[in-house]
Design a protein around this ligand. Structure first.
Ligand SMILES: [Zn+2]
Length: 271
């Protein structure tokens, strides 16, 4: 402890950025979990992901990122979307990825753009997802809000999500492994743009430090499409090397975190 994991979102086509970001992690012996967009992922990309995973089974992990990554109400999921509607999309997405990835598919889900509602969670649970990834914030106001939510078994308070990081999401059998810090400071342009302002390596270190006081598992979020310069790739390596200086720091993949920290890992994990 502490345990770190790296998750890379929005995997759809095979490009240099995806390859380079993956290498920056695996070259350092750090697992990277790719969240794959079922409706958009190309066969070329699937072939590459499977080849990478067979070379490095523990360093490359593949999970599901919603269905088609199209913004509807407030995001791809959540808002006013019904149970049936969301179930249909998640189910189609799961079937596609199970067919394409086979044993390499981890029954773990995160929702594009972030939003979800209780119907999204119920649908994911009914579809047999074992792990759900949302967002954890260490700020005191959020931790108080989470404590109130936990006491009342609520998924949301007003428009804010309650994090159940390293616990079970209410009324489901899904274990939560939430995200903590992002490399991106500011997104620039519409969704799908590949322009952003990154935090500096120093700022990344500074942003990671307070989490050490509040959680044993800290997620670091990547979006490979923004890493198209050498400097932005070096930022990944510098951050990994900084984490390596934290006493006791370990890098695990999400399945390993589940097996290590979930008090009762479910049976039939792989289905
Ligand atoms: Zn996304």
């Amino acid at each position: 402890m502490p345990i770190f994991y790296f998750r890379n979102d929005d995997v759809n086509v095979l490009d240099e950025e995806l390859i380079n970001v993956t290498r920056r992690c695996t070259d350092e012996g750090v697992p990277i979990t790719h969240t794959v967009e079922p409706a958009n992922v190309t066969d070329e990309c699937i072939d590459w992901l499977i080849a990478e995973k067979s070379k490095n089974p523990r360093l490359v992990e593949l999970m599901q990122h919603g269905y088609d990554h199209v913004e509807r109400d407030v995001g791809e999921f959540g808002g006013n979307r019904s149970y049936e509607d969301q179930f249909a999309d998640l189910s189609t997405g799961k079937r596609i990825l199970q067919e394409k990835l086979g044993d390499a598919y981890l029954p773990c889900l995160n929702f594009p753009f972030g939003p979800y509602n209780k119907n999204s969670m119920r649908a994911a649970d009914d579809l047999g997802f074992r792990i759900i990834c949302s967002h954890y914030n260490h700020r005191l106001s959020r931790r108080i809000m989470y404590a109130v939510g936990h006491a009342l078994n609520l998924g949301q308070i007003l428009d804010k999500h309650v994090s159940y990081h390293l616990g079970t999401y209410p009324r489901t059998g899904m274990y939560c492994i939430d995200m903590a810090v992002s490399f991106i400071d500011k997104y620039i342009g519409e969704h799908g743009s590949n322009t952003c302002e990154f935090h500096s390596a120093e700022k990344m270190a500074e942003n990671i430090t307070p989490f050490l006081n509040f959680t044993p598992v800290i997620g670091v979020l990547l979006h490979h499409r923004f890493h198209h310069t050498e400097e932005s790739l070096d930022l990944i390596t510098k951050t990994i090397r900084h984490i390596k200086t934290i006493p006791g720091a370990e890098f695990l993949n999400i399945e390993e975190i589940y097996n290590r920290t979930c008090p009762d890992p479910g049976k039939g994990f792989r289905e």
